[in-house]
Design a protein around this ligand. Structure first.
Ligand code: ACO
Length: 428
């Protein structure tokens, strides 16, 4: 007989089924609890709540394990191409040569965005944050493809939307940067691969070509892979919640971008660099800033430290730290921000406050340092994260649709006023 858990409320005992995952992680299934007992559970921030079963990504925060569809992140970051990993996440298996060729061709065919859409970029203020442009323009894509408004079309139609999203996001990202620079946009060139094409649209000018540097394209490829999925995080959950209302895929992904923007999630990569620069400009007194982070009266937190699920180490941070050393070494970049980051990490890791709370550098602590070395401006860092995370969001959305998950609609415990009569305005 399968395992159950007994819950006693007053005189009555309820037997709740236990669900076990393929890595032996366990959950108590409470789907019938309210109907049978009248009780709900409460778990602010969903710290103990599984929102779904999923076969996309496995992570073990205690052991520092991360696998996409069973493949360890270390192997994928070392050996795979970002589009190969995208295919793996979205379709569940590594592509054969023929499948991969076809997938790449499909994506290459859709890199242009509609000329009318280019006009929108001219209207954004130069100071517009590129994440605002990214969220808006991904949702705007739906207006150019009205047939995509129904997310339940044929597999071919859904695939077309997926190809369009993957193909156009680098174009939209690079154009948001060109907008900030008040430079003319650069059109994609389809003989470049995915990473090269993005860098070309970022750094070429009408007056000069971009020649891809393998050190830079390889580093970008690795960073995108490391960010490609992270199971039910804030933005992936947002994509699933929005998608569960049967909103179209463009709108669901755009909502994921907005969720990613916050400094407690993907926005941390920008916040880390800004924090490190502030520390340097303030004289570099690390103890002062560590004490600020520990002070509960002070709102300052050590950005790039801590994670909801990793309480030992973040395996992506390990890979990124090594990549940062490699890239900066190969490019001959000397960055005082890298030096202060390393010192800060050392001080924090030896501090009881951080040790006892399991606060370690996360994926975003070092990623910004590599992006800086690649010439990508700080405000674009979270956009880079979105580029990497897109296949993960798509995979999570696809699985949610396939599993026909019901609309996400949590309950609450009401703590407001009980019923009272309306009072006319002159009597208040
Ligand atoms: N600096 C100082 N103290 C911290 C930090 C930090 N970066 N992170 C957590 N803490 C402390 C909290 O104050 C709390 O202390 P307490 O137990 O004395 O009250 C304890 O550690 C637990 O923290 P919570 O906020 O409860 O942990 P939660 O899981 O809710 O938050 C989060 C995780 C949001 C990532 C948090 O660690 C944080 O704010 N980190 C900085 C922002 C950041 O780097 N975000 C990127 C995350 S990775 C990603 O999304 C890609």
């Amino acid at each position: 007989m399968s395992e159950t858990v007994k819950l006693t409320i007053g005189e009555k005992t309820y037997e709740l089924p236990v669900i076990e995952g393929s890595e032996n992680e366990k959950a108590i299934d409470i789907t019938k609890l309210r109907a049978e007992s009248g009780y709900i559970t409460i778990d602010t921030g969903f710290k103990n709540t599984g929102s779904t079963k999923s076969a996309v990504t496995f992570l073990d925060g205690e052991k520092g394990i991360l696998r996409y569809r069973g493949y360890p992140i270390e192997q994928l970051a070392e050996k795979a191409e970002f589009l190969e990993v995208s295919y793996l996440l979205i379709y569940g298996h590594l592509p054969t040569k023929t499948e991969y060729q076809e997938f790449k061709e499909n994506i290459t065919t859709h890199t242009l965005v509609h000329e009318d859409m280019r006009m929108f970029f001219e209207a954004y203020p130069a100071k517009a944050h590129p994440m605002g442009i990214m969220a808006a323009s991904l949702c705007t894509l739906s207006t150019f493809y009205p047939e995509s408004l129904d997310p339940n079309r044929s597999d071919e139609a859904v695939d077309l939307t997926i190809h369009r999203l993957l193909a156009k996001i680098p174009t939209l990202a690079a154009w948001s940067y060109k907008n900030a620079m008040r430079h003319p946009v650069i059109y994609p060139k389809n003989h470049f691969d995915y990473c090269e094409n993005f860098l070309h649209m970022m750094f070429a000018m009408p007056t000069c070509e971009y020649s891809p540097d393998p050190i830079i394209t390889n580093a970008l490829n690795k960073l995108l892979i490391l960010h490609a999925d992270h199971e039910q995080n804030c933005s992936a959950s947002t994509v699933r919640v929005v998608g569960s209302s049967q909103a179209n895929l463009y709108a669901s992904i755009s909502a994921g971008v907005s969720a990613l923007w916050g400094p407690l999630h993907g926005g941390a990569n920008q916040a880390v660099i800004e924090m490190l620069e502030t520390i340097i400009n303030d004289g570099g007194d690390l103890e002062k800033w560590i004490n600020k982070a520990k002070d509960k009266e002070d709102s300052f937190r050590l950005m790039g430290f801590g994670h909801r699920v990793y309480k030992n180490f973040d395996p992506r941070a390990k890979i990124i730290k090594k990549a940062a050393d490699d890239v900066l070494g190969k490019l001959g970049v000397v960055d005082p921000v890298l030096d202060i980051a390393k010192k800060l990490e050392e001080v924090a890791l030896n501090d009881e406050y951080f040790q006892s709370r399991g606060l370690y550098p996360n994926v975003d602590f070092y990623s910004g340092i590599i992006y800086r070395a690649l010439g990508i401006p700080t405000e674009m860092f979270t956009v880079m994260f979105a580029l990497g995370r897109l296949p993960g969001w798509i995979a999570q959305w696809k699985e949610m649709m396939h599993d026909k998950q019901p609309i996400s609609r949590p309950r609450q415990i009401y703590t407001g006023e009980t019923e009272r009569d309306f009072v006319d305005i002159d009597k208040r």
